[in-house]
Design a protein around this ligand. Structure first.
Ligand SMILES: N[C@@H](CCC(=O)N[C@@H](CS)C(=O)NCC(=O)O)C(=O)O
Length: 298
């Protein structure tokens, strides 16, 4: 068993709770890498597989749902550290994030982004995290400037989350051939729909620039080899899809923000390790929220 990891020490700059194998966390890492510099502007805290599923208190303190990604920071940490330094209390300064701010400070942030770590802000849900990043870090913009373009982007993101993502998991967790064929048909038609609704002439989904649409869809499109391997999925090779998809993924993988989000902590082959990490979905033994939802879905 992998050794359980440590709790992140929150500072005044955001920490992203992520795992290399998680497509939802990858959405947020792509958006962050597109806008800001890791280490200087944000910290990535890699959660271990064990902690993700055993959910130690420090994790559910940040997100009671026990899901990643989470973006968390402690707005008071800098002030607390400075105050501790001024009084010579270096021990308190070192653990400024741990809880030097009274719990009541939490009331200063809206309840939905408050958490059990006193004073800290905690944002959850990959698409909400990405909207936050877009709002908080304006450059470069990841949405079109015009309202109609923004609506188009949001429709693509919403449909992908409503249809593509559940059918991807459904295809993986379903054990019977008829159920797999039904899920594969939905996945195939959703992939075709997405390709038809992306910009046909330019590299990314909406234009020549990376957008929130790319952040939302690329992590899952990078995992199509998993459904091909375990379920014989061929939808990405269909006419009218294959060529555009190939060009799209080539451009995406070359984008520095996407490239930075494709890592394995021990430096092993990323796509091969991804394949192995989905074995428990394919044999039906995965017990994650997505696996349980997919199994329950008719
Ligand atoms: N709707 C959530 C889904 C996040 C999610 O399911 N993340 C997985 C890792 S890829 C997780 O945290 N799983 C833990 C569990 O299911 O217990 C989002 O978009 O952020």
């Amino acid at each position: 068993m992998a050794e359980a990891g440590k709790a992140p020490v929150l500072s005044a700059t955001p920490t992203v709770l992520a795992a290399w194998f998680c497509p939802f966390a990858q959405r947020t890492l792509i958006a962050f890498h597109a806008k800001a510099k890791p280490a200087a502007d944000f910290t990535i805290h890699e959660i271990t597989h064990d902690d993700l599923y055993s959910k130690p208190a420090w994790f559910t303190d940040l997100n009671p749902a026990g899901l990643i990604p989470v973006i968390a920071w402690n707005p008071q940490a800098a002030a607390a550290a400075a105050a501790a330094a001024a009084t010579g209390d270096t021990a308190a300064g070192d653990s400024a994030a741990a809880a030097v701010v009274p719990a009541a400070v939490c009331c200063a942030v809206p309840a939905a982004v408050c958490c059990a770590v006193p004073g800290a802000v905690s944002i959850k849900e990959s698409l909400v995290c990405n909207d936050y990043i877009e709002d908080a870090y304006p450059e470069p913009p990841l949405l079109p400037a015009d309202a109609v373009g923004r609506a188009a982007a949001r429709l693509l993101i919403q449909r992908f989350g409503d249809k593509f993502v559940p059918s991807f998991y459904k295809l993986l967790v379903t054990q019977d051939a008829a159920g797999q064929a039904a899920a594969a048909a939905v996945l195939e038609s959703e992939l075709a729909w997405l390709m038809q609704h992306m910009d046909a002439a330019r590299p990314f989904a909406l234009s020549g620039q990376l957008s929130l649409v790319d952040c939302a869809v690329v992590p899952f499109l990078l995992r199509l080899h998993i459904v091909e391997h375990y379920r014989g999925f061929q939808g990405h090779k269909q006419r009218g899809v294959a060529e555009r998809l190939q060009r799209y993924l080539q451009a995406a993988e070359q984008h520095p923000a996407v490239a930075a989000s494709m890592y394995h902590p021990q430096g092993l082959d990323y796509k091969q390790q991804l394949l192995l990490s989905y074995a428990r979905y394919a044999d039906g033994s995965a017990n994650s929220l997505m696996a349980r939802e997919a199994k329950a879905k008719k």
